[in-house]
Write a protein that binds this ligand. Structure first.
Ligand SMILES: [Zn+2]
Length: 92
């Protein structure tokens, strides 16, 4: 098996349906990584772009797909790592 995909992971925040998730996005394909299936601190450390491909990665084309996937993970991680984002000066 040969892999020609050389992703360039960068740290991004994606939002969908009121949830904001910090994860890695590949600059080449735009694919989003599941931050629960993979250790995003290794794959896209803050401020660095790294090319890593792993078989354990779960990747998604859209924030919607990613968030649906994240919801299938356990509730413990969900409440620990993802908090509702309240923006100053909004919704008042
Ligand atoms: Zn996952």
């Amino acid at each position: 098996m040969s892999l020609t995909w050389e992703p360039q992971w960068e740290r991004v925040k994606v939002s969908y349906a009121g949830m904001t998730v910090e994860t890695c996005r590949d600059r080449v394909t735009g694919l989003l990584l599941c931050p629960i299936c993979s250790d995003i601190d290794k794959i896209c450390p803050e401020g660095k772009v790294i090319s890593v491909v792993s078989e354990e990665m779960s990747v998604f084309f859209t924030p919607e797909d990613l968030i649906h996937h994240i919801r299938t993970h356990s509730g413990t991680w969900y409440s620990k790592r993802i908090k509702p984002v309240m923006r100053e000066g909004e919704g008042r």
